[in-house]
Design a protein around this ligand. Structure first.
Ligand SMILES: CC(C)(COP(=O)(O)OP(=O)(O)OC[C@H]1O[C@@H](n2cnc3c(N)ncnc32)[C@H](O)[C@@H]1OP(=O)(O)O)[C@@H](O)C(=O)NCCC(=O)NCCS
Length: 253
């Protein structure tokens, strides 16, 4: 069960469309914890039990319950019965033909869902809080390419740095790589970015988009298109919705 608050739909019939769900894990108005746990599988409940801080365990359970409820809505499946595999790098596989990707940071989660049959070979999403707790300049030196670092300049704002990281991680996640695989890849470009890849990874081209976040974080989404696709550089559109249980809106699950 859920209500959503929707921002304008910019859907176009000619290109890939990504539904982005913004989930507030702390000001949670979703199902109570027992109901959330009831839709998780045993691997998820085992992972939840491993957190040392209760707040992290609760956020994890809520993020995964929301993911399952929204994927059930997108696929017509049953939340508790949805199953997916994970690649060697941890990327979850499609669910009933639907591409999806989850990101969480502190009390925020973002879920990207691409309906089946759209031509997207993968989707990646990343959210970063702008209250970066780690040494962000050190992170930039280690993980961002020389081009990305040049673009950020000597003293980037927290927001700019968080967005640079979000763009990079969204691109990495769209093709199911590891962050370490893409250290030299420049993901600051607004045109197609070619990601490093392996022979079995045909989808190496990604388009990346920075999204407006209503909750103060930096959010980026990336769509991967197989190199053999007729129009690998095509654009994609997004609709962003808040996943809420109160405040008016359309009932979707
Ligand atoms: C995936 C990665 C780029 C981003 O990680 P992050 O910012 O900490 O994580 P996010 O919150 O954005 O995303 C986590 C979710 O993405 C998904 N995910 C995990 N690995 C993924 C990958 N390689 N590609 C796409 N999606 C992935 C999972 O659903 C995960 O959610 P869960 O842990 O609750 O099941 C990073 O963890 C990475 O490089 N992983 C590869 C494995 C590895 O080398 N880890 C060591 C860290 S460099």
């Amino acid at each position: 069960m859920s209500l959503v608050r929707e921002r304008p739909d910019v859907r176009s019939a000619s290109c890939v469309h990504v539904d982005v769900w913004s989930i507030d894990l702390d000001n949670w108005q979703g199902p109570v914890l027992a109901e959330c746990l009831a839709v998780l599988d045993s691997a998820e409940t085992t992972r939840a039990a491993r957190f040392t801080r209760q707040v992290d365990a609760i956020r994890f359970v809520r993020a995964h319950a929301a993911t399952r409820l929204l994927l059930a809505h997108a696929t017509g499946g049953h939340a508790a019965k949805l199953r997916w595999d994970r690649s060697a790098n941890g990327k979850p596989s499609r669910v009933l033909g639907v591409e999806w990707n989850l990101s969480h940071s502190e009390g925020m989660a973002q879920l990207a869902v691409v309906p089946a049959g759209t031509g997207a070979a993968g989707v990646g999403i990343d959210v970063q809080t702008t209250a970066l707790r780690f040494d962000a300049s050190r992170f930039a030196r280690r993980y961002l390419s020389p081009g990305e670092q040049r673009m950020l300049g000597e003293r980037p704002s927290r927001g700019a740095l968080a967005m640079a990281i979000a763009r990079k991680e969204a691109a990495v996640k769209a093709v199911g790589l590891r962050l370490l695989d893409a250290l030299d890849t420049d993901t600051s470009s607004s045109s197609t970015v070619v990601m490093p890849g392996t022979e079995e990874n045909a989808a190496r081209q990604v388009r990346i988009k920075a999204l407006e976040s209503q909750r103060g974080g930096a959010v980026a989404v990336a769509v991967a298109v197989a190199s053999r696709a007729a129009n690998p550089a095509n654009q994609f559109t997004t609709t962003t919705r808040d996943w809420l249980l109160a405040g008016g809106g359309e009932r979707v699950v």
